[in-house]
Design a protein around this ligand. Structure first.
Ligand code: KMH
Ligand code: ZN
Length: 275
């Protein structure tokens, strides 16, 4: 086996209704159980969106803190909170996510059409979020939904320097209706133009682009994000039964590419997350 493979699981997201998918982990108990199963299956990081008692997306500070604490108690996973929230969340609520002091947080590099909605990330918000994470020692994962955001990352790093921990990790989120296509050619174009400061990158393909993006990322030496935030079927008409099923498939694909899953400790080191 050669280069270790970071597998991140995004178990819940903010755009799928529990009523449309009962296997979606929306309670704290379900989330923790999922995280434990995914860790056992080879995930090293969890990308977290929380839900309220009605299973609706929530950025309530106490709920976020409780979730970070529970995931730290019950797993060794690197805990990454979403600052993207849902397409309906206010920017100030998304900034307040940092008060829950996760190991890592997502940080999207620009505004993207998101189906019929808009995922809003104006430049001043991106800069404010980045400045805050630098000050608080939270390691960002730069989420790139579009090729223009590759260049926005270059602009950010040029103007504001490196994140805490000195590493720069990127996740290409591909195949969102409104963003870059989930294809090998888009992945190659994005990876080719990543700024030189980037130390690691992963990719995830939404919906039917999941497998093409996974295979393209592995062949290009990247890492993987998988999970029910991004895809709800294993193949056309076959629903995903659990997040661990998706992690197991990613680990198996990694093994074919002679990549061993990173442990959470290896992931901390690779991402510059403090122990
Ligand atoms: N729910 C999407 C609009 C992130 O977590 O940072 C945004 C999202 C990205 O999921
Ligand atoms: Zn997310």
């Amino acid at each position: 086996m050669t280069a270790p493979l970071l597998v991140t699981v995004a178990p819940t997201g903010a755009e799928t209704q529990k009523s449309d998918c009962l296997a979606l982990p929306t309670t704290l108990e379900e989330l923790v159980a999922t995280a434990r199963e995914c860790e056992a299956a080879g995930a090293a990081m969890v990308h977290v969106h929380v839900r309220d008692h009605d299973h609706a997306p929530s950025l309530e500070p106490a709920r976020l803190k409780e979730t970070v604490a529970a995931l730290r108690d019950e797993t060794d996973l690197v805990v990454q909170l979403s600052t993207g929230g849902s397409v309906h969340d206010a920017l100030e609520d998304r900034l307040r996510v940092l008060d829950a002091a996760p190991d890592s947080c997502s940080l999207t590099m620009g505004t993207t059409n998101f189906g019929d909605d808009v995922f809003l990330n104006p430049w001043p918000f991106v800069v404010e979020l980045y400045t805050e994470v630098q000050e608080r020692g939270i390691v960002p994962e730069f989420e790139l939904f579009d090729l223009g955001q590759v260049h926005a990352l270059r602009r950010l790093l040029d103007a504001h320097g490196l994140p805490a921990g000195g590493k720069v990790h990127v996740d290409l989120v591909m195949g969102v209706p409104g963003g870059m296509a989930g294809t090998t050619s888009s992945l190659v174009a994005a990876v080719r133009d990543l700024p030189p400061e980037v130390t690691s990158w992963s990719a995830t393909g939404i919906g039917r682009s999941t497998l093409p993006v996974m295979l393209a990322a592995l062949s290009a030496g990247g890492h993987l994000r998988v999970g029910m935030e991004d895809v709800l079927t294993m193949s056309p008409g076959v629903p995903v039964s659990s997040n661990a099923q998706l992690v197991r498939r990613a680990v198996a694909a990694g093994e074919l590419a002679q990549r061993t899953p990173m442990t959470p400790a290896q992931a901390r080191e690779a991402l510059g997350v403090r122990a």
